[in-house]
Design a protein. Sequence first.
Length: 83
Amino acid sequence: GSLYIEYYVLHGTKFDLAKLSTFCKDVWNEMIHNDMLKIGVPGILYVIENNLLFIALSNLSVAVYEVTDQFKILTTAVFSVLI
């Protein structure tokens, strides 16, 4: 939604394919490309970890699960230092 508004503000109501292409390249370079790996890799790993914790919840006792669940804090700290 906000990208449509920004395009409208920059270029008005006229639709120009060349301007749209330039706009999309600018959005890719400024917003997506620069921080994609810094945010994406830890995010994907966090999603995998959460899914594995749900599987563990169905197979472990409550005490063992809680200790495993607290491991997220440690992994988040490690990744934040690595970034």
